[in-house]
Design a protein around this ligand. Sequence first.
Ligand SMILES: [Zn+2]
Length: 321
Amino acid sequence: MEKLLCGVDIGGTKLSTTLVQCDGTVLDKCIDCDHVNKKENELVEKIAGNVNMLLRKNRLTESDLLGIGIGCAGHIRFRDGVIITTSNLKGYKNYPLRDEVQKHFGIPVILDNDANAQAFGEFKFGAGRGYDSMVFLTISTGIGAGIIINNRLYRGMTGTAGEFGHTIVEPDSELTCTCGNRGCLMAVACGMALPHLFRKKIGEGKKTKLDLPPGFDFNKVDGRLLLQGLEIDDPVSKEIILDSAYYVGIGIYNIFQALNPPLVVLGGGLMSWGDFYLDQIRKTFYGLARDMIFDPFEIAVSRIGPDVGVIGAASLALELC
Ligand SMILES: [Zn+2]
């Protein structure tokens, strides 16, 4: 039997564990929602327990697995398997999660940043199939990314390469990023910027067609609300979506100039804005790149869907092959 992959995605609300076939099909999975307040050692026990439970349930043993990949948001020192910092969990400063989980298993355990994991999943099983290099961008509350060069993730010195969300696209912006700088791509273009942008447009006297309750808290403005706005042709929602697309287009242009990949794949919640969003991203990119594209280049949308985090984590074991 062909070996299986095991993926663990440590999210901000869910801890997902899956068994995945080598073609990317999910065989079985389990989801916990009580992991966020767990201490480090309790989380390790939980991860090991979930993997063993899935193996038992499917009459498998760990020798049926190629490896266990773990994806976690935050800064990961890849070569040491250490979480430097993570915003998804409390504590976990310089925590050697990989080695702690490895103590429970004889097969390889790999720990990487969640966006790197998603990127590799998309590369192996999604829109990146058939390419040897690509860049993946996930656009949701924040912006994460992963770089694949010649069939391998490019991680840089520490393991934090591809933090395109913190590249600066508008230095004079009034929007401050989680990192403290002004005008980072993720500060101006993604979910965390939406409340500010909405409040600003309303403050400028623009009228929304959205039916908002009296005293509506603008901090609740998110991608889903703007999607409703897009569907009813709300001018405020549409302007914000176009602004976001403009900055993402600039981001892709910068990536194109730095790395010259043949493919950029876009994923994340804000891609639900669909072609209206994507068309403007492409328009901005091609307007900047003009006659500097000498070979086929594509901007594509993620094909894996909502399980990309955990399927991506599972795919990390394939990088060892
Ligand atoms: Zn930043």
